[in-house]
Design a protein around this ligand. Structure first.
Ligand code: NAP
Length: 469
């Protein structure tokens, strides 16, 4: 994939970039190591000042960087501005809380006495240079939710961003530099995915985090495994959105629309499979379909737009294949299932609701990365749980119910990294984020996220010799 800004609303290539050559990659790796040696010894207060400054600069840049993101990957401009604001908030949050989250732990001397210790403590020390391989769909947020905790923990970052968001990637490097971070603390490597292996195998790189597709995750994890390096993987999702008969159907249907089409439907935690109790199935379907029909598909630079184009021509072609396969095997489209007629350019796709979906259809097991929802009818809670778990993925889940017994049941049995009741899944700095099964492993955000790239160090002191001889 060429490293280039191609506007998804027009298909026009606006700027291309040369990939870094081996000498420049080597120079940047050496810079990263030098920066780490200094950064690891800084105090939390100093790190917090730098991160707060970066957050404030991002707040000032909110409008311009939002335009860059929308130009590069097509998200509605209002969502792009919100993404920039969310990043600044998370940076301030980690600046304020990292010291507490990484405070030394002091197990009670009673607990450790039989190890021969007079006292012991646990310290969270940084790992070193961390490689971040990141996707285009939230081109700021995916990076910031790695970078903010990593830098606060004393690590340094190397970003290999998706090839279609190079200007956002370069902006991030520049942002941290302008905030005053020493050279080498956060660098963007403009490289193709083929160059990731060499960087990851380099002995100076301690660990890697990847957010993206399953094939990319598998490749990075295999290489890191071969090198015995720590990884965190945030991969795809096909989150269930369960609506039980006690739910507030109007609120559930309205939220379902947002949960499915956020970011033009290209979000890992978008609700993708809607699993509805038979008693409220028709009511929900009607309201949900009406909501999807009402959305404004159009120029992502307009504030009034709900859904812009998909980010790449390939992304739209993949989505069309999934929908066509389902229709061929007997699914019914309640709306959409086609390109909007009003555009003669750009990678637009109409918001789509599919019913009569069966397990033999690809869309039943694969991730639909665009504004396409599948709706299923279930008879009871057992069937709802079983269908919700009938997926290779396990990122998050959403359940609408007012029944306490059902709340307990879904909390216990859903195979996912999150269960969100009477609302939609969203990431938040104070809450852990990540999945199980093919959605990956490890967690981002909260205390769990910041500790992923730490060397959890046991410090043990033997019994003190007696002072008097
Ligand atoms: P992608 O093709 O896997 O790309 C993600 C990143 O991985 C890009 O930087 C890409 O570089 C790189 N990459 C691709 N193949 C690679 C390989 N073999 N070795 C090393 N690096 C490789 O994914 P995408 O299409 O951009 O993103 C969509 C996917 O990401 C969806 O499945 C979505 O659910 C998932 N996602 C997950 C989360 C989460 O938190 N769980 C969040 C957002 C997105 P190039 O661009 O140069 O190919």
């Amino acid at each position: 994939m060429p490293i280039a800004t191609v506007n998804p609303a027009t298909g026009e290539t606006l700027r291309t970039f040369d990939a870094l050559g081996p000498d420049e990659i080597e120079r940047r790796l050496a810079l990263a190591v030098t920066a780490f040696q200094k950064h690891r010894t800084t105090e939390f207060g100093e790190r917090a000042e730098l991160l707060d400054r970066a957050a404030s600069l991002l707040e000032e840049d909110q409008h311009s960087i939002a335009r860059t993101m929308t130009t590069e990957m097509g998200k509605p401009i209002t969502a792009a501005r919100a993404e920039a604001a969310k990043c600044a908030k998370a940076m301030h949050w980690y600046a304020a809380h990292a010291e507490r989250l990484l405070a030394d732990e002091n197990p009670s001397t009673v607990d450790v006495r039989d190890s021969g210790a007079s006292r012991a403590s646990v310290h969270y020390r940084p790992l070193g240079v961390v490689l971040a391989v990141m996707p285009w769909n939230f081109p700021l947020w995916q990076v910031v939710r790695f970078a903010a905790p990593a830098l606060m923990a004393g690590n340094v970052g190397l970003l290999k961003h998706a090839s279609n968001v190079p200007q956002t990637a370069l902006y991030l490097e520049e942002l941290f530099r302008r905030a005053g971070y020493p050279e080498g603390c956060f660098q963007t490597l403009l490289i193709g995915s083929g160059a990731v292996e060499g960087v990851l195998r380099d002995r100076r790189v301690a660990a890697a985090t990847l957010t993206g597709s399953e094939p990319a995750g598998r490749s990075v994890a295999a290489i890191a495994g071969d090198e015995v390096k720590k990884t965190v993987l945030e991969l795809g999702g096909s989150d269930p959105f369960v609506v039980m008969s006690s739910a507030d159907i109007e609120r559930a249907a309205q939220t379902a629309v947002t949960a499915r089409v956020q970011n033009n439907g290209q979000s890992c935690i978008a609700a993708k499979r809607f699993i509805v109790h038979a008693d409220v199935y028709e009511d929900f379907c009607e309201r949900f379909t009406a909501g999807m029909r009402k959305l404004t598909v159009g120029d992502p630079m307009q504030d009034s737009t709900d859904i812009g184009p998909l980010s790449t021509a390939q992304g739209r072609a993949d989505l069309e294949e999934l929908v066509d396969d389902a229709l061929r095997l007997g699914a019914t489209a309640r709306c959409g299932a086609q390109r909007p007629e009003k555009f003669d350019q750009g990678w637009y796709y109409e918001p789509t609701v599919l019913v009569d979906v069966k397990p033999e259809m690809r869309i039943h097991h694969e991730e639909a990365f665009g504004p396409v929802a599948t709706v299923y009818r279930v008879a009871d809670v057992d069937e709802a749980v079983s269908l919700a778990n009938d997926t290779p993925f396990g990122l998050s889940s959403n359940v609408w119910t007012r029944d306490d017994a059902e709340v307990s049941r879904f909390t216990r049995d859903l195979e996912a990294g999150g269960v969100f009741f009477n609302g939609m899944t969203a990431s938040h700095p104070a809450l852990p984020f990540g999945g199980v099964k093919r959605s990956g492993y490890g967690r981002e955000l909260s205390g769990h996220g910041i500790r992923e790239f730490c060397n959890i160090t046991t410090v043990w002191h033997g019994a003190e010799p007696s002072a008097s001889r």
